[in-house]
Design a protein around this ligand. Structure first.
Ligand code: SF4
Ligand code: SF4
Ligand code: SF4
Length: 590
């Protein structure tokens, strides 16, 4: 431990702590535009200067030392920070009124706090092309303040290396290597760069206008579904506490907006489990050479598989994601049952995810109903904007229930939104399919939580099934390396079943979830593992209290198979609920 004084307060923190974090530990906030809890310090913005024994230094990357005396604010520090901000703003377009981040922008907040109202410096902003080539995220480098968060996330945390710095000095900009489009780059559309960007330089591709058009067209029958993770994060946009589960209010808001039917992606999650558990049992009992089996509900992971890991395609579950399964059934089963022409149906999904915008058009399999199964996929942030546009008092709206048949779900469907949840749900059903009995203990705490790679072993009928759960792309690659190495050495493979989610914490912290705005003087300082855990807890608590915690006991699913699909894993199931993967090999520029 190290003792020092910050603004004349005695502080004791672990050696190696930065001055910035030491100050936060005693509720002293030092402004910063580049430091984020998930990101290594880069000293990129210059706002966090403090006086250390009389000398001005950057607090994010200066570790504490015994006896240090730190002053975090005085007249000179305030003026230097103000000048730094003015310089940043002199290379930033003044387009707050029309910027997607307006009202949620760390730079805008900081400019307000530092009272940047007087004569600005000459503006040197250069027009740069806006890259919306992925139709999932949009990069406008003219709004970039070169804080480096996205580069650290994309290169060092996600290990994708789609983003890097191009050029030098005032011409520096963030872009894929060689200035190519994101669509042609290694980008897997996870949106983690946009979730961490402090400005409007990287945002989700906005589809709200298309949804309003559908809702206003009297000829169109509109169906909406919400993903598990949306319900435990949407409240943050309206002042609810982290992890508050607002399923009923969400349904009510969607009806108020004008959707004809409100379904729940949790139903799709239960269905995915039926198909995935069936597939796993088949591979485990009849095709052991096709193990380990990887889960396939994360489209960023699917993109990563096809681009960088096509040797693993035989190990990939062919099940579509819950979003895609609901889409396929809305325009077939539901349309047929209710005598609605599928041509007139439009399906909108509300997802925590930017990659889901890509998933809905990723292959012909996503049009298995004969039409594009899902018409638009919007993020939780876009949904929050729409609630506000519609003038809905979300805080006080009374709770409602979803519409059946595609709305009923089990606790197992709910936990899909958090790391470990898909695996737990699948194990409950796989155990039942193999033994004919229910698991006495349906919880697997070893694979809950935020450890990057989690492992457990489940014994079924005397056979040990080795399980791994990885979240965050960097961790996924460790698992892939272990499998490849065992194959190369002719050893027994380390796992039978692996769950993968590209975002740290799983979808609860997806690239389309509400941003936790830290700057400049309000806690928390950006999304943290504590917040990820609170959101996950909101889902696990719902499961714990659910009347039914097993996908295979969902009555609407049983009826669906009896009346429409036939057997799990059968021909019709394969046509509507499964997909194919195509190698699109490319190399990362690392
Ligand atoms: S979406 Fe993900 S992969 Fe693409 S640039 Fe952003 S962080 Fe990198
Ligand atoms: S795009 Fe955003 S996160 Fe990336 S360097 Fe620029 S301002 Fe920072
Ligand atoms: S973990 Fe969830 S939010 Fe993140 S890319 Fe995958 S599906 Fe999307």
């Amino acid at each position: 431990m190290v003792k020092l004084k910050i603004d004349n307060q005695e502080v004791e923190v672990a050696a190696g702590t930065s001055i910035l974090d030491a100050a936060r530990s005693v509720q002293i906030e030092i402004p910063t535009l580049c430091k984020h809890p998930d990101v290594d310090p880069s000293a990129g913005c210059g706002m966090c200067i403090v006086r250390v024994n009389g000398r001005i230094m950057r607090s994010c990357c200066t570790p504490v030392a015994e006896g240090m005396e730190v002053i975090t604010t005085d007249a000179e520090l305030f003026e230097v920070r103000r000048m730094v901000l003015k310089l940043i703003l002199s290379n930033h377009p003044n387009s707050c009124l029309s910027c997607a981040r307006s009202g949620h922008c760390e730079l805008q907040d900081m400019a307000n706090v530092f009272n940047i109202t007087d004569a600005p410096l000459p503006n040197l902003t250069k027009k740069t092309p806006i890259d919306d080539s992925t139709k999932a995220i949009v990069l406008d480098s003219s709004k970039c303040i070169l804080c480096g968060r996205c580069v650290d996330i994309c290169q060092n945390k996600q290990n994708i290396w789609a983003l890097s710095y191009l050029n030098r000095g005032l011409a520096t900009r963030i872009t894929p290597a060689n200035g190519i489009n994101l669509e042609d780059s290694p980008c897997i559309k996870c949106g983690q760069c946009s979730a961490h960007c402090p400005t409007g330089a990287i945002v989700e591709y906005d589809d709200t206008g298309r949804v309003w058009e559908m809702l206003r067209d009297p000829e169109i029958y509109t169906i909406v579904q919400i993903a598990p993770a949306v319900r435990v994060a949407i409240g943050e946009e309206f002042g609810f506490k982290f992890g508050a589960n607002l399923t009923g209010k969400t349904y009510a808001a969607l009806r108020r907006m004008g959707f004809d039917k409100v379904f729940d992606t949790n139903f799709g999650a239960d269905l995915t489990i039926i198909e995935e558990a069936t597939e796993f049992v088949r591979r485990f009992t009849q095709e052991p050479e096709s193990l380990p089996m990887f889960t396939s509900c994360c489209p960023a992971w699917v993109d990563m598989l096809e681009k960088f890991n096509s040797d693993m395609i035989p190990h990939f579950s062919t099940c579509k994601s819950p979003q895609a399964m609901v889409g396929a059934l809305a325009k077939t089963y539901f349309a047929e049952k209710n005598g609605i022409d599928p041509k007139k149906i439009r399906v909108v999904s509300i997802m925590p995810c930017t990659a889901k915008k890509w998933e809905i058009v990723r292959s012909q399999d996503m049009s298995s109903s004969g039409y594009q199964d899902i018409d638009v996929s919007i993020t939780t942030r876009e949904f929050a904007k729409m609630i506000k546009q519609a003038g809905i008092d979300f805080c006080n709206i009374a709770e409602e229930t979803a519409d059946n048949p595609l709305g009923e779900y089990s606790g197992a469907g709910t936990i899909f939104g958090a790391t470990g949840g898909v695996m737990i749900a699948a194990l409950r059903t796989a155990y039942f399919y193999i033994t004919g009995q229910e698991l006495a203990q349906p919880d697997f705490t070893d694979i809950e939580g935020l450890e990057g790679i989690k492992e457990t072993t489940v014994t079924i009928n005397g056979k040990d099934i080795r399980i791994a759960v990885a979240h965050g792309v960097g961790n996924v690659e460790i698992i892939l390396d272990r499998i490849r190495q065992a194959k190369a050495n002719g050893e027994e493979l380390p796992y039978h079943f692996v769950e993968v989610m590209a975002c740290r914490g799983g979808c609860v912290a997806g690239g389309g979830q509400p941003r936790v705005i830290g700057a400049p003087f309000a806690k928390p300082y950006g999304i943290t593992d504590e917040i990820r855990q609170k959101r996950a807890n909101g889902l696990f608590e719902e499961d714990l209290n659910a009347k039914n915690r097993f996908s295979h006991h969902n009555e609407s699913i049983k009826t669906l198979y009896k009346d429409f699909i036939g057997n799990p894993g059968g021909e019709k199931a394969h046509h509507l609920l499964h997909t194919h993967y195509t190698p699109r090999d490319m190399y990362k520029s690392k």
